[in-house]
Design a protein around this ligand. Structure first.
Ligand code: FES
Length: 127
């Protein structure tokens, strides 16, 4: 489950632009397009450029500044080849007064190494 966190004030993101904010260890690009806020993972799935540095096109897409891949800020789809299944994650956005809030899940904890326990560890008996 993700909780909404305030990342910015409404005056911090001009219409037609994006800004990047760290949330729960993820860099999130938050965009204002035609009066509506959108949030996507800011790292381009190709090679990691920041997508929030690019202006928003009329159709709600951003073109990565490194190699010109285009992504929808609405659903994260890679628009150059929408059948590829390549997407950048999207996140819920809401306004609370003048605050822009996004909900980003915490990353999964690392898998435990050597998941088998010894009898000593699993017995529950004090040693
Ligand atoms: S890093 Fe974005 S298109 Fe290459």
């Amino acid at each position: 489950m993700s909780e909404f966190q305030t990342v910015a004030n409404v005056n911090d993101i001009p219409e037609g632009q994006g800004r990047c904010f760290p949330v729960n260890g993820t860099m999130v690009g938050v965009f204002l397009h035609q009066g509506e806020y959108f949030a996507i993972n800011d790292f381009c799935p190709h090679m990691g450029a920041s997508l929030s540095e690019s202006p928003i096109a009329e159709d709600g897409s951003v073109m990565c500044s490194w190699h010109a891949w285009c992504f929808s800020i609405k659903d994260g789809t890679w628009l150059d080849n929408s059948k590829s299944g390549i997407k950048t994650p999207t996140y819920d956005v809401r306004l609370q007064g003048n605050e822009i809030q996004v909900a980003v899940p915490l990353p999964d904890p690392p898998a435990a190494k050597g998941s088998a326990s010894t009898d000593e560890e699993s017995s529950g008996e004090p040693s």
